[in-house]
Design a protein around this ligand. Structure first.
Ligand code: 3PG
Length: 208
């Protein structure tokens, strides 16, 4: 088990990024840094994702790059080898937890129910990803479980945007949120890095 060092107390929003074109990875990372969010979760959903992590780790050392959508145990070591500094999984199985722990990297395992939260607390985790946040009850769910399960802190992701991020960040058991709204597909396609930096600047200023 390792949540240490904390992943939830670094930035208000962890940008969740899907890269289709390897050449976009470094400019996106630079735009996030320029906007004041030196952290990126690169999802392992595209064929160039590991290459994107490698490029960012080598060319943008000022950003903390992590791998998201870790759904198979083998992906954990591959992401670590590519240069990932943290790992995020949308759900949790024994073998996935073991593989992520074996990398020695801090990681956020996913939970969406009280039983899954308890399962992870029993294994020593205190920081969890709550996914898919909006579809699983959203801020109302997290607010309701704080009193019975105060030890768990969350990074909710899935369906969060400018319009509802404040509801999550106001909760005592939310350290930060994750989301893709800082890197809209159309901005990436247009290579509009200034727009991404602008959206990032707004997110960087959110109060926690
Ligand atoms: C994900 O892993 O897909 C994240 O939850 C991002 O979700 P979003 O695109 O709804 O922000």
């Amino acid at each position: 088990m390792t949540n240490s060092p904390s992943l939830l107390d670094r930035v208000p929003v962890i940008p969740v990024v899907v890269v289709d074109d390897l050449g976009d990875a470094v400019p996106i990372a630079r735009a996030l840094v320029a906007g004041g969010v030196p952290m990126i979760e690169l999802t392992l959903r595209t064929s160039c994702a590991l290459g994107a992590i490698e490029a960012i780790a080598s060319d943008v050392p000022e950003i903390c790059v992590g791998a998201g959508t870790v759904v198979e145990p083998g992906q954990a070591a591959l992401a670590a080898r590519a240069g990932a500094q943290f790992l995020v999984s949308p759900g949790s199985t024994e073998s996935l937890l073991k593989a992520m722990t074996d990398t020695g990297l801090p990681h956020l395992p996913g939970a969406a129910t009280v039983s899954e939260v308890l399962f992870l607390l029993e294994r020593g985790y205190r920081e969890l990803k709550f996914f898919p946040a909006e579809a699983s009850g959203g801020a109302k769910f997290l607010g309701a479980i704080h009193s019975p399960v105060p030890a768990a802190r969350f990074c909710p992701t899935g369906g969060i945007s400018k319009s509802n991020v404040g509801d999550y960040l106001a909760l005592p058991n939310v350290g930060c949120v994750g989301g893709s709204w800082l890197t809209p597909t159309e901005a990436v396609k247009a290579k509009d890095w200034d727009r991404i930096a602008g959206l990032t600047r707004e997110a960087a200023g959110l109060a926690r």
